[in-house]
Design a protein around this ligand. Structure first.
Ligand SMILES: [Zn+2]
Length: 165
């Protein structure tokens, strides 16, 4: 089967691109084509670092370091890089079917709650996300609903997987 995951984490790709650019620029009597490839490598490296800056701003330094040093595994599937918004929508609309997965209320706008918070390395993963009504969500955030209880609920729904997987 064809692997669609990267072999290198973004930080590794960045280093390789910088080395390639540097090498191609410093070859004596380098051809315009080689210089152009070096230029492209430089642009790619800038792209990686630019994205890292963007990520650092929106997700925080820790998540950025994780992104830079993590090889995206195709079979892991639900990594941060995989449109979390789409996943949250799937959880709220499909898996929860518009009903709070804790109390069952359906007349509220549901919110996707990370059972293990992202600050504690909680993943954007169906097994770590639960659709809650605003009441249950604030109770969960205050720690009034045990994490183990929420985990049990999603554990029972593990057979349901996002369609695009
Ligand atoms: Zn609720």
């Amino acid at each position: 089967m064809e692997e669609d995951g990267q072999k290198l984490p973004p930080a590794g790709i960045f280093v390789v691109l910088i080395i390639v650019a540097f090498a191609l620029f410093t070859i004596p009597n380098s051809s315009p084509l080689l210089r152009f490839i070096g230029f492209l490598a430089l642009v790619g490296a800038l792209g990686v670092s630019g994205y890292a800056f963007f990520l650092a701003k929106s997700e925080g330094t820790k998540d950025t370091v994780n992104w830079l040093t993590t090889i995206k595994e195709s079979d892991k599937g639900y990594s941060r890089s995989r449109t979390p918004k789409k996943l949250k929508e799937w959880i709220k609309e499909r898996r929860a079917n518009g009903k709070c997965e804790y109390c069952g209320q359906s007349n509220y706008t549901l919110e996707a709650h990370h059972i293990l918070p992202k600050s504690e390395d909680g993943a954007d993963d169906p097994r770590n996300l639960i659709a809650l009504c605003p009441n249950c969500h604030s109770r969960a955030d205050r720690g009034e609903i045990p994490k183990s209880e929420l985990m049990k609920i999603v554990e029972n729904k593990k057979e349901e997987k996002p369609k695009w997987e």
